[in-house]
Design a protein around this ligand. Structure first.
Ligand code: F0G
Length: 423
């Protein structure tokens, strides 16, 4: 199946194996394929037949949809395999957000504990296709953990740029453990993002942030797999946390293509949720996208502590394609939602909980109607950021009163002491 790189602004095309992340005009690139031609090749049945298949490319929840992902020989795929994440339901959470039909797709149950693995299997596979020896990314933690793992599997040198002291410990420990060269940049994520783009150009290193269009192709599979799990019946809403806007971009493209290909007959609405202290996309949205806003980001949800998202224009397109919305939630809202997701027995990291907080807010605002259905994307695993969880339950977070705290109790080693603690 033919595919090429295509500028989303001016439409200029480039060969798929060119190493470039933006057009000569500065616009972002898509992996573009002939959807008319694809229409005769893929169907719901094509993908359903592969469920339960044995080859790695069928087992992976990304490569199962390979015609929509990347044309590459199957034996050259770098896969853990990833995907096949559950769709949870919880009466407790439904009630809390005020929606009967709520499901949670837990992308934190990917191999390295976040949705980034979906993009990285494709990005690292493409890195090998173009003969890269070294790969790099800037990251708030999860991208770097994922790249470190997939890069190690592919035998590539991995260099990661993280904002010093600002990423969660679970994520930092993964990068170190998987053997990535870890550069702690004196600055925030936005500074690290600028730096890595510069470095990759100067030092001929392959860049694997979501500005790389192959990452976006892999992350589309979150949507394709969710639709398949729902027997290709889309929910009314898909709600996700938004930081660097790679996922928002991927979701828009997945839904557009799925609709064009006849896999679905209507397009659900996207709701992108930002933390109040890191809300450039929300600000642009309320200004009807007349202007691209940038902020200095600050939030407890360190994964989405981003003030100048690189995939901005692709994400605007996603919101427009899906008649979507962008909302914002406070850190206190995020931590309350996280406590609810955690206490439901599911668990997630703070940034992920913003999708659940966002649904509660949108239901409260009357944007999502009580009779509508929603799928919330949980993007990262509970264990990614243990400090945020423990500090919450110990009431150690500045400015946040833990409404659902479950503090541990110290006891003497006697039955009486235990009896008293249990009363
Ligand atoms: N949730 C989690 C857990 C994340 O790690 C990220 C992004 C997002 C949501 C936002 O997704 O950037 O596609 O809008 N983390 C990146 C990283 C920035 O470096 O790990 P996005």
């Amino acid at each position: 199946m033919r595919a090429q790189l295509k500028c989303i602004d001016c439409g200029t095309t480039y060969a798929l194996d060119q190493v470039r992340y933006t057009c000569d005009c500065g616009g972002l690139l898509d992996v573009a394929r002939d959807l008319e031609e694809l229409r005769n090749v893929v169907s719901r049945e094509t993908f359903d037949r592969r469920l339960g298949g044995r080859p790695l490319a069928d087992v992976s929840g990304v490569w199962r949809f390979r015609e929509l992902i990347l044309p590459v020989p199957e034996n050259e795929i770098v896969s853990r395999p990833e995907g096949n994440t559950p769709l949870y339901r919880s009466p407790r959470l439904s009630k809390w957000v005020g929606l009967d039909d709520l499901a949670l797709k837990h992308e934190g149950e990917n191999p390295t504990g976040s949705f980034k693995d979906r993009g990285m299997t494709v990005g690292v596979t493409q890195a090998r296709q173009v003969g890269a020896r070294a790969v790099a990314c800037a990251s708030t933690g999860n991208t770097s953990a994922s790249l470190a793992s997939y890069g190690a599997m592919a035998g590539l040198a991995v260099i990661i740029f993280v904002p010093e002291g600002k990423i969660a410990f679970g994520k930092l420990s993964q990068a170190l453990a998987y053997g990535a060269k870890t550069l702690q940049v004196a600055g925030d994520f936005d500074v690290a993002m600028q730096l890595v783009q510069h470095v990759c150009r100067e030092l001929d290193i392959y860049l694997l942030n979501s500005i790389n269009p192959f990452r976006v192709e892999g992350q589309k599979a979150i949507i394709l797999e969710m639709l398949q799990q729902r027997e290709w019946q889309p929910p009314d809403w898909i709600v996700l946390p938004a930081g660097n806007l790679g996922n928002t971009s991927a979701f828009g493209k997945a839904l557009y293509e799925a609709h064009q290909l006849g896999l679905i007959t209507r397009i659900p609405r996207l709701a992108a949720v930002q933390a109040k202290g890191a809300n450039p996309f929300y600000r642009s949205f309320i200004g009807h996208f007349q202007q691209r806003e940038r902020v200095h980001a600050e939030t407890i949800a360190t994964a989405i502590k981003i003030g100048d998202p690189v995939s901005y224009s692709r994400a605007v397109r996603a919101i427009e394609w899906t008649n979507g919305v962008v909302t914002q939630v406070s850190d206190a809202d995020i931590m309350s939602a996280k406590a609810q997701v955690d206490a439901a027995g599911i668990g997630c990291e703070p940034a992920s909980a913003s999708s659940v907080a966002g649904i509660k807010r949108l239901v409260g605002d009357g944007v999502i109607k009580p009779g509508e259905s929603a799928v919330a994307i949980l993007t990262g695993h509970l264990l990614k950021d243990p400090s945020a969880t423990v500090d919450y339950h110990l009431n150690r977070l500045e400015g946040i009163t833990p409404a659902y705290a479950n503090a541990p109790v110290v006891v003497e080693p006697t039955v009486d002491a235990v009896r008293e603690a249990l009363n």
